[in-house]
Ligand binder design. Sequence first.
Ligand SMILES: NC(=O)c1ccc[n+]([C@@H]2O[C@H](COP(=O)([O-])OP(=O)(O)OC[C@H]3O[C@@H](n4cnc5c(N)ncnc54)[C@H](OP(=O)(O)O)[C@@H]3O)[C@@H](O)[C@H]2O)c1
Length: 301
Amino acid sequence: MNSIKMSFDHFGSPEVVTVGEEELPPPGEGEVQVGVRSIAVNPVDWKLVAGYLEPYFPLQLPGVPGCEAAGTVTAVGPGVTGFGVGDEVIWNGVAGGYRAVANVPAAQLTPKPAGIDFEQASCMAIAGGAAYSALVQLGVGLGDTVLVHGSAGGVGSASVQIARDLGIRVIGTASEPNHDYLRGLGAEPVAYGEGLADRVRSLGSITAVVDTFGGEEATAVIVALLGGHGAAVTTVPGKESNAAGIAPVRLLDGRVADAARLAAEGKLRFNIHERLPLTDAVRALGISRAGHIRGKIVLVP
Ligand SMILES: NC(=O)c1ccc[n+]([C@@H]2O[C@H](COP(=O)([O-])OP(=O)(O)OC[C@H]3O[C@@H](n4cnc5c(N)ncnc54)[C@H](OP(=O)(O)O)[C@@H]3O)[C@@H](O)[C@H]2O)c1
């Protein structure tokens, strides 16, 4: 069967990604074929296209970006149990997701709860899963005050919602245009940038941090605010955070199902920053790379 895919044959900026067609074989041993209904765009997609992930996940070119999607099972390969044609599923891998139809290992699928649509389901694995894992790793609960750095983005906005559902007070950093959005999620917004530690202190003491931005400012502020008391995790580990002993997020098994369950219970919902056709993937990657996303960008095949 012929189907659309977005691929690149050399590393570079988003413009290296082009539209193509592929002849998809039937799913192989252990694989399931998914008719994709929605694909969520993540910063890791443009990092993959740029070649930044080569030290960790060497890619055979031509490559296809995309690490999470949701759709319906259209065929099942030999040896697959637990999934059948017509099942609604969430897929999570490293690459290969910018496709209208995809053959994926059954082991990378999670059943989609009936209570959420494909668009929301496609956002659960990476942002939802990382936020859920970060909060479990911190071990926070009622009585805690958590600083979420970069709180309007995918991971940040999910962290805010999951924490608020646990009764946690949340202070969130964002640029000014996102402050009302954060208030709507139940967080107390502060602007990032110079003087951040003082602005947070003026709101009260924090007991833990979810950092989704990384780098020098985040590390310095975390050290200044926690001063060795309280825990911090980051989704963007680097030399500064490592030197300061800030833990990288540890992604939990079952996180996709846990995030999707919270969404089905009405506790987690992503704002859709942009909804674009799959063939506009270059534009979507460019917007993601510019770094000011409120919620998620999704691609529709
Ligand atoms: N390790 C993992 O498993 C894992 C999983 C998921 C994500 N990640 C990584 O985590 C990071 C965040 O991912 P995401 O999907 O949440 O990204 P995103 O949706 O693109 O959000 C980025 C956010 O960063 C904020 N921001 C921009 N400049 C900032 C600054 N100087 N200080 C603080 N915040 C700033 C933006 O807020 P404003 O618009 O308000 O400026 C934006 O909302 C990415 O680097 C991603 O690759 C890692």
